[in-house]
Write a protein that binds this ligand. Structure first.
Ligand code: BTN
Length: 260
């Protein structure tokens, strides 16, 4: 247990009301999935000071030293699971909105599908993991960089990642949670009530890829395309150099050849 990770005030109706705060765990997503099997209610939240097996998208490792935010929350969705996929996009949007509105980081935006960037550097990543059995659950995992690693970003993160301290903000994980959970709760409720259409304006305003040329890496091909906008169903509408339009649902999209 680590009580320093607990927000002093939590302005939510249900999200984070059941809260476990751990010093160390392999992955908050994995620990919360186990808690879900044991009966954790909708909105249960698990935060850790560090992770020794942090999971990223596409099977990647998420480096998780102390000082950053590693948190997961549990949803027991009321909508059919198939309709919940855009929630990953909505989660990235919630984080970007909280950074902009709560901390004045006007350069924060959403990088499709669910990263949060400040300018052109990644500050947060989202990993949703869902299960249908024994009952439908979605674990929403968020890693938010609060502190730059000693010695700076290395390897593939060099020049591609950022943390809030690089923007003059010294934020503790508990404060970050206090800021993020109310926004996430509002957005989950809006999404469950009205779907992604409810977020059209915010998606357009905060999508950092709109109008940019990106490199797309898919299972069978790679190409440079121009991003038009996030589509109504949460895919990414792009135009090839021959003028063909299509919507991407999977694969990796790198701005200017960057990995994100
Ligand atoms: C990405 O690859 O961008 C997604 C990274 C998600 C990392 C967070 S940290 C908290 C939660 N627990 C995990 O093991 N992963 C997510």
């Amino acid at each position: 247990m680590n009580d320093r990770l607990r927000p002093s005030v939590l302005a939510t109706s249900w999200l984070g009301h059941e809260l476990r705060a751990l010093d160390d765990t392999a992955s908050t997503n994995a620990a919360l999935a186990q808690w879900a099997v044991e009966g954790a209610p909708h909105g249960s939240t698990l935060i850790a000071a560090r992770q020794h097996g942090g999971r990223g998208r596409q099977g990647r490792h998420w480096s998780s030293p102390p000082g950053n935010l590693y948190v997961s929350w549990l949803l027991r969705p009321r909508r059919a699971m198939a309709e919940m996929a855009p929630l990953s996009l909505v989660t990235g949007l919630s984080v970007a909105t909280a950074l902009r509105d709560g901390l004045g980081l006007t350069a924060a935006g959403l990088k499709w599908p669910n990263d949060v960037w400040i300018g052109t550097r990644k500050v947060a990543g989202v990993l949703l993991e869902s299960r249908v059995h024994p009952s439908p659950t979605i674990v929403v995992g968020l890693g938010l960089n609060l502190r730059t690693p000693t010695g700076g970003w290395s390897g593939e993160l060099a020049g591609r990642a950022t943390a809030l301290d690089e923007h003059g903000l010294e934020i503790e994980p508990a404060q970050a949670l206090e800021l993020l959970l109310p926004q996430a709760e509002r957005d989950i409720e809006r999404f469950e009530a009205a779907g992604l259409a409810e977020f059209t304006d915010e998606l357009h305003a905060l999508s950092v890829l709109d109008g940019r040329r990106v490199h797309v890496l898919e299972a069978q091909r790679e190409e440079d395309v121009d991003v038009i906008a996030i589509a109504e169903d949460g895919g990414l509408r792009v135009r090839s150099s021959e003028g063909r339009e299509r919507v991407l649902y999977a694969g990796e999209v790198h701005l200017g050849g960057m990995r994100s």
